[in-house]
Design a protein around this ligand. Structure first.
Ligand code: F6R
Length: 338
């Protein structure tokens, strides 16, 4: 990387080690075991919210109660004491998440905070709410592993899903291997570098299905924030009921490209749909790229694609001479709001 003074690439490459640290931090937070039939509600925005979607994707049908993510100022009107509300904010100062923290308290829901500090930590401590500490000094989106593991632990503590500690260990080992295969020391034709070159100068639409839908959203937002480029995400099978109609004229209007994120365990009809949707994209004259999740467990497969997308977005930044760390537009926007 020629331009990365804040070391964002280093934070991505540290994901294998962050997994164990994240688990230790979540276990040290003193979250009581509790029976919450309403399940787990994760409140957050941006890089702090995506952990909710990714954890739910990694648990899949092992979840026994709802695990949902709220991005906004308000909880559903029916939220009450039967739910655990995890408020995730890296900075601890995101107004939407702070509003949900207050709303969860007013609703009598169980609460946990996941943060480096800020107002969220202060409010939580004042109310005796457990805080899972996240290490400071990163960009919020670079702390994705801490967010995912925090959600997984809360899901286990409120009876929404089984604990997955063994899977976290095996995922750490796999990600260590993948950092070697896809990292900056890997060959020029290695997967992440090749994908970044193929996407460079295009407007990517990242497609996911089932467990890879949340990862598609993560890829899109990482391209937005790290490479400061436009990107979109989409979900199969829904895209086959509308979006495919727009590819031919959309491609004529701009340099669209697509990536299909595949899970080796996906439904056979999803496999068929990916083939046919990729053919629609190619007929429109746009590249249809593929990336397949790695690993045995669902957590490994979700995290392998997260790592791949994070690397692709950082390599895209490098190809354009963009510093992947700062998000000046977000900072300017937040300042304008206040
Ligand atoms: C910045 C980033 C953003 C933030 C979002 C919410 O790296 O990823 O999407 O995550 O603006 O801020 P926090 O995470 O501090 O609550």
């Amino acid at each position: 990387m020629s331009l990365d003074p804040a070391g964002l690439l280093g934070d991505v490459l540290a994901q294998p080690h962050q997994l164990g640290d994240a688990l230790w931090r979540a276990q040290s937070a003193g979250i009581p075991k509790q029976d919450r039939p309403g399940g787990l509600i994760v409140c957050g925005m941006g890089g702090s919210a995506i952990g909710g979607d990714l954890a739910a994707a990694a648990l899949g049908d092992r979840a026994t109660r709802p695990i949902t993510t709220v991005r906004g100022y308000a909880l559903e009107s029916w939220t009450g004491p039967d739910s655990l509300v995890l408020c995730a904010s890296y900075s601890g100062n995101t107004e939407e998440t702070l509003a949900c923290f207050e709303a969860a308290g007013a609703a009598g829901a169980g609460r946990v905070a996941l943060t480096t500090g800020g107002q969220l930590a202060e409010l939580a401590r004042a109310d005796g709410v457990p805080v899972i500490g996240v290490p400071a000094g990163m960009q919020p989106r670079a702390a994705v592993v801490y967010m995912v593991v925090g959600v997984l632990e809360c899901a286990a503590h409120c009876g929404a899903a089984p604990g997955v500690h063994a899977e976290i260990d095996t995922a750490a080992a796999l990600l260590g291997t993948l950092v070697g295969e896809w990292g900056p020391e890997a060959a020029d034709d290695s997967t992440a570098k090749a994908l970044a070159r193929a996407l460079h100068g295009t407007l990517p639409v990242i497609h996911g299905a089932g467990p890879t839908a949340a990862v598609a959203r993560r890829w899109k937002t990482q391209v937005n924030e790290n490479a400061e480029a436009a990107a979109f995400w989409s979900e199969l099978p829904e895209a086959d009921h509308n979006e495919i109609c727009g590819w031919a004229r959309g491609r004529a209007a701009g340099p669209l490209s697509s990536v299909f994120l595949e899970d080796p365990d996906q439904h056979p009809r999803i496999q068929r749909r990916i083939e046919l949707t990729a053919a629609v994209v190619e007929r429109a004259g746009a590249p249809a790229l593929r990336a397949t999740a790695r690993g045995e467990t669902r957590l490994e497969r979700v995290l392998s694609l997260v790592l791949l997308g994070d690397l692709v977005s950082v390599y895209l930044a490098d190809l354009d001479g963009v510093d992947p760390g700062p998000v000046e537009e977000l900072v300017r926007f937040k300042n304008e709001l206040t």
